[in-house]
Design a protein around this ligand. Structure first.
Ligand code: DGL
Length: 263
């Protein structure tokens, strides 16, 4: 069984891609909504939360883990790997690879949209820059997008979503951006809207890239099962079930799971 986790609904975008790539695999998804947003926490706090999520998913029977969170993947993945024997995958490195490929093909600058923690840490921007020296990367923290995704306020026609995006993305105006990296998995929920603000750019979705990289790396035995999926959350199970059901377009019945002791 493959364990997938994030602070909330963002990782569901990775889960959806992973299930498409591995339709027979069994999944357990953990949304740590009680501790959302991860992107406004210190790295040591994020690591402590990840330790809890890892332990929970291992107890639930996961034998491989996808950290479906750009913040976790770019800040604490190596530290997490030291704490588990399970194969551990993230979304940041696959996104950096895809971003460099796209920027090489298309030229122009890169916009990196991510959480405050990811932008401040700078690892993801440096990883992209190392793969394509000389490219201009404009990193922008967009914490409000996490909340828009959680509340389902994502449609390109939604006035609040449009107005928020216009305000947040104003610093990108006039820049020759040809590649946009959605470095936070929550932002995948806003792909349609964001594409309208960057009509000439390739959109690199960390959620999709991470899921595809994991699917390519796992052995066939890890992809064989009944195609099942269970949902757990540290927060309000009813609220998460509704949000996840809306996003995935199918009924979701999540169970509450006590991930640990961190309040
Ligand atoms: N979805 C996460 C990410 O990819 C975290 C968002 C948050 O909780 O701040 O960064």
């Amino acid at each position: 069984m493959i364990g997938v986790f994030d602070s909330g609904v963002g990782g569901l975008c990775a889960l959806r891609c992973a299930r498409r790539c591995m339709p027979e695999a069994d999944f357990v998804y953990f949304a740590d909504t009680r501790h959302l947003p991860y992107g406004e926490r210190a790295p040591c706090e994020i690591l402590a939360l990840c330790r809890q999520a890892l332990a929970l998913l291992a107890r639930e029977g996961a034998d491989a883990i996808l950290a479906a969170c750009g913040t976790v993947s770019s800040l604490v993945l190596p530290a997490m790997a030291k704490q588990t024997d399970l194969p551990l995958f993230g979304v940041a490195e696959p996104a950096a690879q895809a971003a460099a490929r796209a920027a090489r093909d298309r030229g122009g600058d890169i916009a990196l949209l991510a959480t405050a923690a990811t932008v401040q840490a700078g690892f993801l921007a440096r990883d992209i820059a190392a793969r394509i020296p000389g490219v201009q990367i404009h990193a922008l923290a967009c914490p409000l997008f996490v909340h828009l995704a959680e509340s389902g306020t994502t449609a390109p026609s939604d006035p609040l979503a449009r107005m928020s995006a216009a305000r947040i993305l104003a610093p990108m105006q006039g820049k020759p951006i040809r590649t946009v990296v959605l470095g936070c998995t929550h932002f995948s929920c806003l792909t349609g809207l964001l594409a309208e603000f960057f009509p000439r750019a390739a959109m690199i979705d960390a959620a999709a890239e991470g899921a595809a990289a994991m699917a390519a790396a796992l052995p066939p035995s890890a992809k064989t099962g009944h195609g099942s999926c269970r949902f757990l959350t540290s927060g309000d199970a009813g609220a998460f079930s509704r949000a996840a059901g809306n996003l995935l377009g199918q009924p979701v019945v999540a169970q509450h799971a006590d991930a640990g002791v961190i309040g």
